[in-house]
Design a protein around this ligand. Sequence first.
Ligand SMILES: Nc1ncnc2c1ncn2[C@@H]1O[C@H](COP(=O)(O)OP(=O)(O)OP(=O)(O)O)[C@@H](O)[C@H]1O
Ligand SMILES: [Mg+2]
Length: 243
Amino acid sequence: MGGSVKKESKSTPKGFFVTGTDTGVGKTVVSALLLKFLQAKGLKPCGMKPVETGCGREGRLLVPSDGFFLKEISGANENIDLITPFRFHHPLAPLAAGRIEGGRVEPGKIFAAFNYLRKKYDAVVAEGIGGLLVPLNENYSVLDMAREMGLPVIVVARPGLGTINHTLLTVNYAIGKGLEVAGVVINHSGRPEENLAENTNPEMINELCPVPLIGTVPHLPELSAQSLEDCAKKLFDSKGYFV
Ligand SMILES: Nc1ncnc2c1ncn2[C@@H]1O[C@H](COP(=O)(O)OP(=O)(O)OP(=O)(O)O)[C@@H](O)[C@H]1O
Ligand SMILES: [Mg+2]
């Protein structure tokens, strides 16, 4: 934790909902950066990955790697059932995985956990699954969950060719559906290619997007607590966002 005095700046939200233009774009890494940012402000946040698919099996247990990573970064002594209430083995959208595995995402159970964590912690950073229109059950999507949580949304985007379209679609659709979008983070999940698209995309997104480009996360050689903390400082504090 970054400091003993608990202080909440007026502009610091009660958390964030982290979505992406797609799966694998860096939502978990950016969620961890947001947790580190909130900790550096003297707050005690908790991460959450309400629904996770592609979970490994350990005996009869399904192990959610994102859920455990966010729990570890939060330093939260909580049962994983609260951090990731719904877990599926198949690496599919939850609706599809649930049909194969005989399970169904029940929003009521997610919100029982969310409301508990929200009361107990200063902030909750909730990671979505895939992009906004991923179906959690037959009539409830990631977007519905984000709206019900009422947290400002961060959109994580890829750096390369194609990202302008994916980012504008996601941001404009979210706003059109009534979500509060705080901004976009471009994340280098792979090594930078330094090609023309990667070099020009930040400026294009900043110009065309109705919300700010918060910054670009470099490819980090290691994803340790310390390197995430250092990166979070540069990404958020130097830009003045949420400070
Ligand atoms: N900035 C970064 N530096 C180094 N590695 C990264 C970075 N961002 C992401 N990665 C790596 O890229 C992969 C995908 O990132 P991450 O798991 O955060 O994506 P995601 O959007 O959360 O994926 P999912 O849709 O499966 O939840 C992971 O192996 C992660 O460790
Ligand atoms: Mg993830």
